[in-house]
Ligand binder design. Structure first.
Ligand code: SAH
Length: 312
């Protein structure tokens, strides 16, 4: 019931909102956004334990749409003295950070680290030692291809108190906003999340085990490796007619969903900008019927991408 007793306090007087969950949530978030300029005076109470001085919250920001932040993530942003964030965090979410809060961009991209991991660890440890309330903000979910575990290991070894707020991972958020159910009783009984980008000395995914039928494959960081992925899946027996989608900027206002077949995967990926997610499996064909977000735009984009490929 803690969730239903959320109070949003602007100025000094707490106000209670509707007990109907959706109205209550909408009112609370709208008020929070409206008051953002003076958010230091606005507290969301009763959702999570307040962030303590010297504590680090590792927070998943979701795939980009601000409405996909959890209430706990919003509370942590509201309470933070400093937010250390990655390049993948959308500008709409950065806009929710209050004006008194220090922001540090450590801009990680797959092939480029603007701040080395060791320095990121130092920043977190130094700020926590200074008694600040620190939010380490990452795209999606920190524990899914987010190196969240690696960062927490360093904090744990340094005796820093921390907590973790899960986020909606790209595989879930982007496919949902593209009208692609990851599982479906007729088409897919399993789903695998795999990375297309490995450590230089790391192992590649075992593609042979990933071509099973009735299975959805979601590839993170796969845009630049799409041609090798296409080749490997084909070599291990996947049909060239297997439906695929490349989702660019999933869940954001500029989302694009490019659909085709395995034989077109690398060319679809070439047309997409970062961040982009690859989805491979029969469930992709449902997006034709189930698209709901930016509906008209998506139809036109998918059609023009396919025309473009057909004309080549
Ligand atoms: N921790 C993140 C993933 C980080 S790896 C999560 O849980 O989502 C970065 C990769 O995630 C990108 O290369 C891309 O493949 C995918 N990704 C993240 N956000 C995305 C978005 N809004 N649209 C498309 N792909 C996204």
């Amino acid at each position: 019931m803690a969730l239903f007793s959320l109070f949003l306090k602007a100025d000094t007087t707490p106000r209670r909102y509707s007990r109907r969950p959706m109205n209550w949530l909408r009112q609370s978030i709208n008020l929070f956004l409206a008051d953002r300029a003076k958010t230091r005076d606005v507290h969301i109470l009763g959702v999570a334990e307040p962030l303590k001085e010297g504590e680090v919250a590792l927070v998943g920001a979701g795939p980009g749409a601000p409405e996909l932040l959890t209430l706990a993530a919003l509370q942590m942003l509201n309470e933070a003295d400093v937010v250390v964030y990655d390049r993948l965090v959308s500008s709409e979410i950065l806009n929710l950070i209050h004006s008194d809060c220090q922001r540090i961009c450590v801009g990680k991209a797959a092939s480029y680290h603007s701040v080395p991991q060791s320095r990121i660890n130092e920043i977190l440890i130094e700020r926590s030692a200074a008694g600040l309330r620190v939010v380490r903000l990452k795209g999606g979910d920190s524990f899914i291809f987010g190196r969240g575990g690696e960062e927490l290991e360093q904090l744990a070894r340094s005796g820093v108190k921390f907590r973790v707020v899960p986020g909606i991972t790209a595989a879930s958020g982007c496919t949902t906003y593209a009208g692609i159910p990851l599982t479906h009783r007729d088409y897919s009984q399993a789903v695998t999340f795999v990375t297309g980008h490995c450590k230089k000395d790391g192992k590649s995914p075992d593609w042979a085990s990933l071509v099973a039928s009735n299975h959805t494959l979601v590839v993170y960081m796969g845009r630049l490796a799409a041609s090798q992925i296409q080749q490997s899946l084909k070599e291990h027996g996947m049909s060239e007619r297997m439906p695929v989608a490349v989702i660019e900027n999933g869940s954001r206002h500029n989302q694009r969903v490019l659909c085709g077949h395995l034989s077109q995967l690398s060319r679809l990926a070439e047309q997409a900008a970062s961040p982009a997610l690859l989805v491979i499996g029969e469930v992709v064909k449902l997006s034709e019927e189930l698209s709901w977000f930016n509906f008209a735009d998506q139809k036109n984009l998918a059609a023009s991408a396919l025309n473009h490929l057909d004309n080549e």
